[in-house]
Design a protein around this ligand. Structure first.
Ligand code: AMP
Ligand code: MG
Length: 441
């Protein structure tokens, strides 16, 4: 992992043969295209999980724990009160009623954070607050609501039974009990439990540092004036930086570089000191200015493939620089870039973090209308999933198939994944979908 500075030297101009080659890539199909699953599996096979280290529990949110965790304490740690009220012996108030209240002298008081000093004598009460330790010999709590809230003496007008409103030591978790197994995902409640047993740090893999670069001489940074009519705003670097962040990465949005090879090589080389994964868009298809494809072999071992998917056919991958930093080179069309991110980059980020499953779960949704799909390609269409009156999932396509249609992509909350053999879907048929967001009624 390139945690420390990469040596900056003229080495990058040495012959390409100096780079250790990539493992042999998967064989393409008869049409010369690599399947989407093969490409994803190949990328994942070239990545190794980042080494785990102890991190603050709050930084471990949504990460997988890399150790078994056992409780070093009982929870509750001591018998204590679940209510504000009076600690009593249940037998002393067993017959209390509104008609025949029982009067007990109040001989002390104990609040949360105080030690229960007194042993409770028969026929007395000790005022007690929620979370305060149960005085020895007390076995029930009478809540304020069942009393006159007396201070010198208290009138109890409801009966009590043993253990009423008492939280007992270890009834939640016993000291030595296993709380988590390696591989468990840490959500907010898990982090709460770690804190409750006194852990401030936990062993997890770090969030991969992902550098995001857009290539294209037509690109202008948002917030700046567009020049000629040939210029467009760079949407990819912001979109993919956001997507990488949402996937759990720590992101550096480098922004844009022109289609000048030396500039591209310099900007990529500069990322090697800080990135666990480099992400670029643009310049990987067959055009004359597809600079990433042409220049990147200078920096490391690369693999450029035509993948049987639509959109997102041209794909690049590399292990770059002396540390063999993974680099995924996506096509420039924003929709292609986004679906490629979902197909390849999100799983790669999750593998680096060691969070499984690497791929999104597939859910089934009922198509609301007919649509077509290209034979021989995995189609990643943008969909809007909604719920019908019975809570069943419906999906309609949004924005058409064009890979430049960012408006439709932004409205989508799902990707409809149609198999290579599918050429048409009829309204009412079930289709497979990756949900990008939670869907509510
Ligand atoms: P490319 O893959 O570089 O051939 O780009 C394909 C198409 O996507 C072209 O129409 C580009 O102008 C467009 N494109 C490339 N990069 C970006 C970007 N960062 N933001 C928006 N559109 C882009
Ligand atoms: Mg381009």
């Amino acid at each position: 992992m390139p945690l420390f500075g990469r040596k900056k030297s003229p080495e990058t101009t040495l012959p390409r043969e100096r780079w250790e080659p990539l493992p042999p890539p998967p064989e393409p199909g008869p049409d010369g295209l690599r399947s989407m699953d093969d490409h994803r599996d190949y990328l994942l096979s070239c990545l190794t999980e980042l080494p785990a280290f102890n991190q603050q529990i709050l930084d471990a949110l949504d990460l997988s724990i890399c150790e078994d965790v056992y409780s070093s304490i009982d929870m509750p740690r001591f018998d204590n009160s679940a209510m504000d009220g009076y600690a009593v012996r249940a037998v002393d108030v067993a017959d209390a009623s509104p008609e025949h209240p029982v009067s007990l002298p109040v001989v002390g008081e104990v609040a949360a954070g105080q030690d229960a000093l007194h042993r409770l004598s028969p026929g007395t009460a000790i005022k007690i607050m929620t979370g305060a330790p149960l005085p020895p010999a007390a076995d029930a709590i009478v809540p304020y609501e069942n009393t006159d809230r007396g201070t010198d003496d208290v009138l109890v007008h409801e009966p009590s039974v043993v253990s009423q409103h008492v939280r007992y030591v270890g009834e939640d978790i016993r000291s030595g009990a296993q709380l988590f197994a390696a591989g468990d995902l840490l959500g907010p409640r898990a982090i709460g439990l770690l804190a409750a047993v006194g852990r401030d740090k936990v062993l997890v893999r770090p969030r991969p540092r992902v550098a995001v670069v857009s290539t294209g001489s037509e690109l202008v940074e948002p917030g700046h004036e567009l020049g000629g009519p040939h210029q467009i705003y760079d949407s990819n670097s912001a979109m993919l930086a956001a997507a990488a962040k949402a996937a759990g990465a720590q992101v550096f949005r480098v922004g844009l570089v022109s289609d000048d090879p030396s500039e591209v090589l310099q900007v990529i080389a500069d990322q090697l000191v800080r990135a666990d994964l480099i992400l670029t868009t643009g310049g990987v298809s067959q055009g004359d200015y597809d600079v990433v494809k042409a220049a990147l072999p200078e920096l490391g071992a690369t693999d450029f493939a035509s993948v049987a998917m639509q959109p997102g056919k041209p794909q690049g991958f590399g292990l770059i620089g002396d540390d063999r930093t993974p680099m995924i080179m996506l096509p420039g069309n924003p929709v292609s870039a986004f679906v490629s991110f979902e197909a390849f980059v999100r799983p790669a980020i999750r593998k680096l973090m060691g969070v499984t499953p690497y791929t999104r779960p597939v859910v089934r949704c009922r198509a609301t209308h007919d649509f077509g799909s290209a034979r021989g390609r995995r189609q990643l269409a943008r969909g809007i999933v909604s719920l019908d009156a019975d809570g069943g999932r419906l999906v309609e396509l949004t924005g058409g198939h064009g890979s430049h249609l960012l408006g439709g992509l932004a409205r989508a909350n799902a990707i409809v994944v149609l198999g290579e053999d599918v050429t048409a879907v009829s309204a009412g048929e079930d289709v497979e979908v990756w949900l990008l967001e939670e869907v509510y009624g």
